[in-house]
Design a binder for this molecule. Structure first.
Ligand SMILES: [Zn+2]
Length: 291
């Protein structure tokens, strides 16, 4: 079993634990029922369950955001070909994590130039994966823009929050953003918040919430949702931090805090039982250590 498949299985198990699937389908995780959703004219989400990428069809070709893995990328390319026969111009990586950017070879073979933030490209140079094609071009700083035909994609980097070079995509004309990992609707944070800096994550979400957009496209749990999901994600993190601080003030023994913290207002969110204590560990350690 490949690492990617292992992670996909783990994510499925977390979803199962959260009761996200009915008992009839829970014995054997079904093959993903991929679907293409036109979020706005020419702007699409593709995927299922725990993996959704984004693509935009312009007069001058197609821009794809994230490839996940080889199988996903092949299915994504086939789905694009059902919408348009225009050339694949760019594949843009959201960040450095292998589980989002493996399989880029599929789009590279179709003619795409691969683009990522310079910070992510530097990391990939130092930590190559046989499944990840290094980017051909990079962008740097806090903001850039890709113009293709009459379309614009704004590339936004808010600093260290999750992984390296995490890019939030804003589509100004479509009043939509595509954000990967930073907002997962109606789900507590994954496991021990791998490679998240929780304080910086909160700062980023507050800055994202000040942007001009109406809709959010996600990488996990749902293709698209309302802009309020950004504030919901931020509120969860702030509530978690406040609950941990309250236990510290009460004098609850350090090692007992993660199992003591409960946030019943989020009990209906996916992963609550399985992940909340791990989420609490991550924030508790950040409070204790500063990082
Ligand atoms: Zn990630």
């Amino acid at each position: 079993m490949s690492l990617m498949k292992s992670l996909a299985t783990l994510l499925t198990l977390v979803a199962l634990a959260a009761g996200a699937y009915s008992p009839a389908t829970s014995a054997q995780p079904a093959k993903p029922a991929y679907r293409t959703t036109e979020v706005a004219p020419g702007l699409y989400s593709f995927g299922a369950g725990m993996a959704f990428n984004a693509f935009m069809v312009t007069d001058e070709g197609v821009v794809v955001m994230d490839s996940f893995d080889q199988d996903f990328a092949a299915a994504s390319l086939a789905a694009i070909r059902k919408v348009t026969d225009r050339p694949i111009r760019y594949l843009i990586y959201s960040h450095n994590h292998y589980d989002h950017i493996s399989g880029g070879a599929v789009f590279k073979a179709a003619g795409a130039t691969i683009l990522s933030h310079a910070t992510s490209a530097d990391w990939l140079k130092r930590h190559p994966s046989p499944d990840v094609i290094p980017p051909d071009e990079t962008w740097s700083g806090a903001r850039s823009e890709l113009k293709l035909g009459s379309r614009r994609i704004e590339l936004l980097y808010f600093g260290a929050n999750h992984g390296e070079g995490m890019t939030v995509f804003r589509f100004p004309r479509e009043r939509t953003i595509y954000t990967v990992d930073l907002v997962v609707p109606k789900r507590v944070a994954f496991a021990y918040m791998p490679d998240f800096a929780p304080r910086e994550w909160e700062r980023t979400l507050a800055e994202m919430d000040a942007l001009d957009f109406d809709r959010v496209m996600y990488a996990h749990n749902a293709p698209v949702g309302p802009r309020t999901s950004v504030a919901d994600q931020l509120r969860f993190l702030r509530d978690l931090r406040a609950a941990i601080s309250a236990e510290l003030e009460k004098g609850t023994p350090f090692m007992q805090i993660p199992d003591t913290v409960k946030l019943p207002q989020y009990a209906h969110w996916d992963g609550y039982e399985a992940c909340l204590p791990m989420n609490a560990w991550r924030v508790l350690l950040e409070i204790a250590m500063g990082v």
